[in-house]
Design a binder for this molecule. Structure first.
Ligand code: FES
Length: 84
């Protein structure tokens, strides 16, 4: 699903930007996607998706830590790769 129509940024692009490129803000997402903000109508949606992905990553990390308390925490990119 396209989130930013002006730049053709999809939900999966935002997820990748957060998990692989460390994006934490909508501007980070634009940079990671090689795009620049145009109308900015998508910024609230991008912000919400970044927060959702980060929350999912934290929750998954907590589940992994509970399942294997002796195992070290996985980097976010590794967690995403295992989840897909
Ligand atoms: S919809 Fe994203 S900049 Fe216009």
């Amino acid at each position: 699903m396209y989130v930013c129509v002006c730049n053709g940024i999809r939900e999966k692009d935002i997820r990748r930007a957060v998990l692989e490129d460390g994006a934490r803000t909508p501007l980070d997402v634009f940079r990671a996607c090689g795009a620049t903000p145009q109308c900015r109508m998508c910024v609230p949606d991008i912000r919400r998706l970044v927060e959702d992905v980060l929350a999912e990553t934290v929750a998954l990390g907590q589940v992994c830590a509970l399942a294997r308390p002796e195992a070290p925490a996985l980097p976010a990119a590794e967690v995403a790769r295992k989840a897909s």
